[in-house]
Unconditional design. Structure first.
Length: 299
C-alpha cells in the first residue's frame, strides 16, 4: 500500500518525492501540526526548521554523464535545523558534475510535540529514503549496488546511524543499507566527545540514558557489515571534536571495514564545499571524488 501511494509521485516528478503518504507518516501524533520555516542568511545558507513532512529532492546528472552511482545527502544542523544549501543542494550539484545522482534528504527534526519516540524518527526517514531510491533505481538510471549516504555534522550522525543501524528497529531492511558512506565533520559519539546539542535534540528526555547514549554512539555500533567509509574533519573544529571521526575510523579498522580518513589542520566546522580560505582543506572534494570513483569502479 505504501509503494502504491508513493511511486506515482516518483513517476510524475523527479524533483521532490514525499517519503510517506500524508496520512501515514510514522510516529506522527494525530492532529499535531507545526509550520515549516525556511530562512536564508547573509552568507546564502538556507536553514529549514520545523520539518514534519520529510522529502527527497532529486538532482540527476545528464544521461551522457551518468555513472550509475547515487548518493543520499543528509544536511547538518544539530538535529534542530537543516543546513539545506551548502550541505545539501550545493553538494548535490557538485555530484551531478561528476555524473553522480544526488538526493537531498529533508528529514524530520525531533520534536516531542508532534511525534512519538522522537529519537527514532530521523533514522526512519533515512531508511525510507534509501529504500525509495533503491526501489526506483531503474527509473533514475542508477545501479542499485552503488547507492551511498553522505552526511554533514548531525547529518553525519544520521548517515553513520543508517550505516550501522539499517538492520535494526522499525523499517529495518537490507534495502535500507547504503553501499558506502561519506562523513564530513560528523557527530559520531554521544559520549565524552559528543556535540551536546545534537545529543539533546535527538534524545530529548532520554539524553542521560546510558542505554540510549551507547545505542547512538555509532563508533560502538560498527560491525564487519558496515559499508566502506570516507571521513573528512578539521582538527580545529570547536563544535564537533575531531575525535568523532577518529573513533569511527578506528572502529572501521577494528572490524575490517574499508575506510579512508582525511584530517586537516584548519577549517573549523560547517565548511562544506566552501574551503578556499583553509589551505590544504581545498583538496578534500577531489580526494573524495578519487575515492568514490575507485570504490564504484571495483563493484
Amino acid at each position: 500500500m505504501l509503494l502504491s501511494t508513493v511511486l506515482p509521485q516518483v513517476a510524475l516528478s523527479q524533483e521532490i518525492i514525499k517519503l510517506w503518504p500524508d496520512d501515514a507518516i510514522p510516529n506522527s501524533i494525530s492532529g499535531a501540526k507545526i509550520t515549516e520555516k525556511s530562512e536564508t542568511d547573509a552568507n546564502g545558507i538556507l536553514r529549514i526548521s520545523n520539518v514534519s513532512v520529510p522529502t527527497l529532492t532529486a538532482y540527476l546528472p545528464s544521461k551522457d554523464k551518468a555513472t550509475g552511482t547515487a548518493v543520499m545527502i543528509c544536511p547538518g544542523g544539530g538535529y534542530g535545523i537543516l543546513a539545506a544549501s551548502h550541505e545539501g543542494s550545493d553538494v548535490a550539484r557538485w555530484f551531478n558534475e561528476m555524473g553522480v545522482a544526488a538526493f537531498v534528504l529533508k528529514y524530520r527534526l525531533p520534536n516531542s510535540a508532534i511525534m512519538t519516540n522522537q529519537q527514532e524518527v530521523p533514522l526512519m526517514d533515512a531508511m525510507q529514503g534509501m529504500k525509495l531510491i533503491r526501489q526506483n533505481a531503474t527509473s533514475y538510471n542508477i545501479d542499485p549496488t552503488k547507492i551511498g549516504v553522505m552526511g554533514f555534522s548531525a547529518g553525519g550522525h544520521l548517515a553513520s546511524t543508517l550505516a550501522t543501524h539499517y538492520n535494526q528497529g522499525s523499517g529495518a531492511s537490507e534495502q535500507a543499507k547504503p553501499n558506502f558512506a561519506i562523513l564530513l565533520y560528523p557527530v559520531i559519539t554521544f559520549g565524552e566527545k559528543a556535540h551536546v546539542g545534537s545529543r539533546t535534540n535527538l534524545l530529548g528526555k532520554m539524553a542521560t540514558s546510558p542505554e540510549m547514549v551507547t545505542y547512538y554512539s555509532n563508533e560502538l555500533q560498527v560491525t564487519s557489515k558496515t559499508p566502506p567509509t570516507f571521513l573528512v574533519h578539521a582538527e580545529d573544529d570547536k563544535a564537533v571534536p575531531v575525535e568523532n571521526s577518529i573513533s569511527y575510523y578506528l572502529a572501521c579498522l577494528k572490524n575490517g571495514v574499508p575506510a579512508e580518513m582525511h584530517l586537516y589542520p584548519t577549517g573549523g566546522h560547517g565548511f562544506g564545499l566552501r574551503t578556499a580560505k583553509f589551505g590544504s582543506l581545498t583538496t578534500w572534494p577531489e580526494t573524495c571524488r578519487a575515492w568514490l570513483t575507485a570504490l564504484t569502479a571495483a563493484k
